[in-house]
Design a protein around this ligand. Structure first.
Ligand code: HBI
Ligand code: FE
Length: 308
């Protein structure tokens, strides 16, 4: 990675980038340079997820993995996936060094390119990483891009994001992405299933999101979600549920400009908060969240103490 700026620099800076510069943040995969340990990390994550996602992931998930030949054997070669994905929906995956700024991220999506972290997590980070790696992106996000309706939604989201950036509303539209593409649930034949990539790629949250009594599951509502903050460092307290991808596509199709105005004039909702407009599917006990608050406070105390 010597020739590239570090991902931290990439995320914080759009210096040198301008709209239309689609290749600015993309890097070669350099597949030959993955080590045996890195391939083993992929294998372990993959095998574990296949077990826990059985009966929990949306029904098309495993067939899509198979169709794109994303398997347990080794870290996939991006070009190989693209040969198939291109033909199915016109999408392609491109490698990036890590998180990139919001506008170029949206522009890639608007052009049917899904940014994939080139690296894989270290063995001591199996459960959780802050930055999206190749396992999160290729295992979690890419398979569902083989579904045309979903792929169209993500493309439209890219265009919506670019517009939101001009209106100073990136933080608001990001909440929609978070609560659907990353942490969304879907009802299939009256059963709750996972389609959000953040859950699909998490060994623990995929069980929590479906089986736990703690979180509340609420019918997807874009106006409500635009007002809703999210936590990035623990399980979600509320999950939003769609009936199918067409619903997601339709809900995010209208021009959000008036909704941004309305949202800015409304009180922001906290991650675990419920609202009177909520159509609640299963009401949670909130038990996990109470413990989570204490755990977070404890982490803070430890950090402070270590600085003394
Ligand atoms: N960059 N590589 C990468 N992957 C993401 O998922 C991502 C990103 N940059 C910004 C971002 N996501 C979100 O904050 C957008 O919703 C703005
Ligand atoms: Fe993601």
């Amino acid at each position: 990675m010597d020739n590239y700026a570090t991902s931290a620099e990439h995320y914080s800076s759009t210096k040198g980038w301008e709209l239309g510069n689609l290749d600015f943040y993309t890097i070669p995969q350099k597949w030959d340079e993955y080590t045996d340990i890195e391939h083993q990390t992929w294998q372990k994550l993959y095998k574990n997820q296949m077990e826990v996602l059985e009966g929990r992931a949306m029904k098309s998930f495993m067939p899509s993995l198979k169709a794109l030949n994303i398997n347990a054997h080794e870290i996939p070669r991006i070009e190989k996936i693209n040969d198939i994905l291109m033909e199915k929906t016109g999408w392609q995956a491109v490698c990036v060094p890590g998180l990139i700024p919001a506008e170029p991220f949206f522009e890639l999506l608007a052009n049917k390119r899904f940014p994939v972290g080139q690296f894989i997590r270290r063995p001591e980070q199996m459960d959780y990483i802050q930055e999206p790696d190749i396992f999160h992106d290729v295992f979690g996000h890419v398979p569902i891009l083989a579904d045309q309706t979903f792929a169209d939604h993500v493309e439209a989201y890219g265009h919506g994001g670019l517009k939101a950036a001009k209106l100073g509303s990136v933080d608001l539209i990001s909440r929609i992405y978070w609560h659907s593409v990353e942490f969304g649930l879907i009802k299939e034949d009256d059963e709750l299933r996972i389609f959000g990539a953040g859950i699909l790629s998490s060994p623990t949250e995929c069980i929590f999101a479906i089986d736990s009594d703690s979180p509340t599951r609420i019918k997807f509502n874009s106006e409500r979600i635009l007002r809703t903050k999210y936590d990035i460092d623990d399980f979600q307290e509320n999950y939003f549920v769609i009936n199918d991808f067409q619903e997601l596509f339709d809900a995010t199709k209208p021009d959000f400009t008036p909704l941004y105005e309305k949202t800015k004039n409304s009180r922001t909702l906290k991650p675990g908060e419920l609202h009177e407009s909520d159509e609640i599917l299963t009401k949670g006990t909130g038990e996990y969240a109470i413990g989570a608050k204490e755990r977070r406070a404890e982490r803070k105390r430890q950090k402070l103490n270590s600085k003394k």
